[in-house]
Design a protein around this ligand. Structure first.
Ligand code: ADP
Length: 179
């Protein structure tokens, strides 16, 4: 190897060493739950930076507006300086590429998630082979926690304390408070 080539090789090596491992964590987060945060925290052990990618799809029937979902997420992840919140619509893999992310982070709960997540991951792989879907298993405590079940319980006055961040508990209560 010529000395000039060696220099180039070393520079490249340095570049790779400092390359950040980035993942996007896409979801509706309507609203964010402690289950979502569990996956985020586990993900931060693998990735240097995680971009919480909130789906804006106007065709979906969300309980909370995009602004409200952002506000609740911002408050819930404020302790992490390597977590960024962003919004997207369209293909998840396109958004991942736009963010220079190598990974798509998804959480797996009990059996019910598996088939849908598997389909989604295979489709995403087909669409962009450079981006890897990374599944992390949720903590046992959150295995049956979902945004929808929380909304359903809260709607009828059920206690959701300890299942969602405090700001979410407050906002849900306000949402379903009798006028
Ligand atoms: P989506 O509309 O894409 O399903 P969600 O906000 O419901 O968006 O979920 C985003 C991701 O978070 C999904 O991978 C989902 O499996 C995961 N997730 C949701 N709730 C939990 C939980 N309790 N434990 C672990 N992962 C979860």
């Amino acid at each position: 190897m010529l000395i000039a080539e060696f220099g180039f090789w070393i520079e490249n090596l340095k570049g790779n060493e400092t390359m950040q491992r980035v993942a996007i964590y896409p979801g509706s987060f309507d609203p964010v739950t402690n289950g979502h945060l569990d996956i985020l925290e586990r993900g931060l052990k693998l990735f240097d930076k995680i971009i919480l990618a909130i789906l804006t799809n106007p065709k979906k029937n969300f309980l909370f507006t995009l602004e409200q979902r952002i506000e609740m997420l911002e408050e819930s992840v404020k302790e992490f300086d390597n977590v960024v919140i962003d919004t997207f619509d369209g293909l998840t893999v396109d958004f991942a590429a736009q963010c220079n992310a190598q990974g798509i982070l998804r959480g797996l709960r009990a059996l019910s998630d598996f088939e849908y997540e598997f389909q989604l991951a295979l489709m995403n792989r087909r669409l962009n082979r450079e981006v890897q879907t990374v599944f992390l298993m949720t903590g046992l405590r959150w295995i049956y926690t979902s945004s929808s079940i929380i909304k359903e319980a809260a709607q009828f006055g059920g206690d959701i304390n300890g299942m969602v961040p405090p700001i979410v508990e407050k906002k849900i209560k306000e949402k379903f408070a009798p006028n």
